[in-house]
Design a protein around this ligand. Sequence first.
Ligand code: SF4
Ligand code: SF4
Ligand code: SF4
Length: 380
Amino acid sequence: MVVQSILEVKSGDTLGTVREFLKAVMEKGVADTLLVPLEVPNPELVTPILVKEPSELDTANPLAPVMRVNAAAVLARMHRDDGVGRLGAVLRPCELRAAIELAKVGRVDIHRLVLIGVDCMGTYEGDAYCQIARASLREESCTDEMMRWTRQGPIAPYRLRNSCQMCEHFIAENADLAIGLIGYNVRERLLVEAREDYAEELDLKPGQANGREKAIARLATIRHHRREEALTQASKLIGDLSALCGLIAPCTACGECMEACPFCNTSAFMPKPAKEPHTDRVRNWPSGEGRMMRGRDMGIFGELVEMSRRAASCVACGMCESSCPRHVPLAAIQGVLGRRVQEEYNYVPGRSLEERLPWARDYEDRLGPFQEEYRFAKLV
Ligand code: SF4
Ligand code: SF4
Ligand code: SF4
């Protein structure tokens, strides 16, 4: 059961209230350590850092409209035995969804993790954020400026990252603890949704969460239109070979986009060659599920299968595009590929931990495993 509670904001200090809440999460033992965006060394540079003491949260800023890395990729790189105890991760919705996808392939240990989601109004590219933060130093901070719009919902500033302009998953869902901003005047109050046991540990008083649906629906409509527009245009270009070549021609194969993607830096999505060639069995891999390919040499077919598996899990965070020094429009390209696979399999990445990856579902009643791989590969 989920408990809803209202946090009163003192003196209009939204960020201060969020920091106090996160401190309580650590002080009351809900999490021993926190991975959280910190303003280090100054407010212009906000990046996820592991915090071991509540006092370090004085510079935490999970509301800053900037995302330099997808924190789920950071979680996947952390070792299981790194002595961090019960780890809390403060994540934007696209990071949270990526963490859930990574948990399904065994790259994130969800059972020792407290997922703390925060609604997201959108983020600027790193350089743009620095410029805006510098320009607003003497007036309203960049974070406060963004928080002015939470109540009404519709905001589509052209300076937001492309993927944020068309993001339809901006509400923190499927978290153990979620901080709700959209639909509220966050200078007065915030919504906290908590798992019942955590609500008890944090002594959260149940409260009524009224009046947020309209703002969410308005923002969803704006983002949906933007997404349709961008993906329809990208779809046409991808379908035309010479136009597609034009799009990707600036690529220097530097690999930055793959480094930035939470799913590309891991072999967990690769089809594994069978130890016993010519068998069609499903084996436990790497966290309990996975389908084997026939034979050892996967070649181009294996690469396509791997690509389509990643497209199924793509959470549209846009970090691939943001990291590209050649400005290849990867958010739209990945958006088209992802949508194709996700719609075909009625799969929403990060929707639920219980929902099996499309490529790990049992399709034997319809197609043999090899044909299913073929069906999957041809979608990309
Ligand atoms: S893609 Fe969505 S959740 Fe992620 S930073 Fe942008 S608006 Fe936020
Ligand atoms: S492919 Fe791009 S948009 Fe999709 S999850 Fe990876 S970094 Fe994010
Ligand atoms: S980051 Fe850009 S230039 Fe580098 S490999 Fe990716 S698409 Fe190519």
